[in-house]
Write a protein that binds this ligand. Structure first.
Ligand code: CP
Ligand code: NVA
Length: 306
């Protein structure tokens, strides 16, 4: 039987995503009440990180431990994968020892190739194209605070990067309208835009994108792997900074989300994360709860005793 993977939000139905978010909220409550819940005892998650991480590593590692299992951190510096062992061979071997694998990588094809040869679920912990685990936490945060996001308007301001692509998928799966304000030449990938059709609109003016929006989000102007473009991007993206004044143009109930890490004075004003409309810390915490719900869905519990 081939394993079920989570490489994109499109790997789940809208109904499954709704259940995942509800479950994440329940698991958050269980943890708040210090209830022991260990369905993944004896289960092991391998985590391959080809890029840096704070939140993704901690939330998966802590999440597995809290669910009764364990997680193993694998860096390309220490594995044969990092020395050129083929992805397919690595997937075959690793998936015979692990119960799930999370991968943070550059090319999205690394994930699809690994998944094609893996006997166990593969989870996208961020690729150059997509960051679906982050969107689970973002959607959880909005739904907890404001209820259903269906029919609402979301504004993405800044780079048309992996986070922006994932918001485009979320617009389809969670049924909201998305306006993207980005500079010319920094649009999200055409394939994601094409799949979303009328649901997503590109504008150039951040105020136009934000007008009446219920959720505003942004991300760094220079993503991991683009470091040599940083100076050029800094100049180009200047008009796209999200500030308190920009949020004032949104709906009075607006919330602001940032996947973090944030660069104050660049994509957000110095004071934005201190604004009561900014919920980035709850959003970061929700990575833990949302991914525990995901692990519970994907990883088979080890129920049988010898
Ligand atoms: N938001 C996010 O994925 O953070 P890390 O890069 O710290 O994992
Ligand atoms: N777009 C950013 C997200 C970091 C969580 C990056 O890819 O570096």
């Amino acid at each position: 039987m081939s394993a079920r993977h989570f490489l994109s939000l499109m790997d789940c139905t809208p109904q499954e995503l709704g259940s995942l978010i509800r479950r994440a909220i329940e698991l958050k409550d269980l943890r708040k009440r210090s209830v022991l819940f260990e369905p993944l005892k004896n289960r092991v998650l391998g985590m391959i990180f080809e890029k840096a991480s704070t939140r993704t590593r901690l939330s998966f590692e802590a999440g597995m431990i809290q669910l009764g299992g364990q997680a193993i951190f694998l860096s390309p510096r220490d594995t044969q994968l990092g020395r050129g062992e083929p992805i397919a061979d690595s997937a075959k071997v690793m998936s015979r020892m692990l119960d799930a694998v999370m991968i943070r990588t550059f090319a999205h094809s690394t994930l699809t190739e690994f998944a094609a040869h893996s006997q166990v679920p593969v989870i996208n912990g961020l690729s150059d194209d997509l960051h679906p685990c982050q969107l689970l936490a973002d959607m959880q945060t909005f739904i907890e605070q404001r209820g259903s996001i269906a029919g609402k308007t979301v504004a993405w301001v800044g780079d048309g990067n992996n986070m922006c692509n994932t918001y485009i998928e979320a617009a389809q799966q969670f049924d909201f309208q998305l306006r993207i304000a980005c500079p010319q030449g920094y649009e999200p990938k055409a394939e994601f835009l094409a799949a979303a059709g009328e649901r997503v609109r590109i504008v150039r003016d951040p105020r136009e994108a934000v007008a009446g929006a219920h959720l505003v989000s942004t991300d760094v102007w220079t993503s991991m792997g683009q470091e040599e473009e940083a100076a050029e991007r800094l100049a180009l993206f200047k008009p796209y900074q999200v500030s308190r004044a920009l949020l004032d143009a949104a709906d009075p109930s607006v919330i602001f989300l940032h996947c973090l890490p944030a660069h104050r004075g660049e994509e957000i004003s110095e004071d934005l994360l201190d604004d009561p409309r900014a919920l980035a810390w709850d959003q970061a915490e929700n990575r833990l709860h949302a991914q525990k719900a995901l692990l519970e869905l994907l990883v088979e519990p080890a129920y049988h005793h010898a």
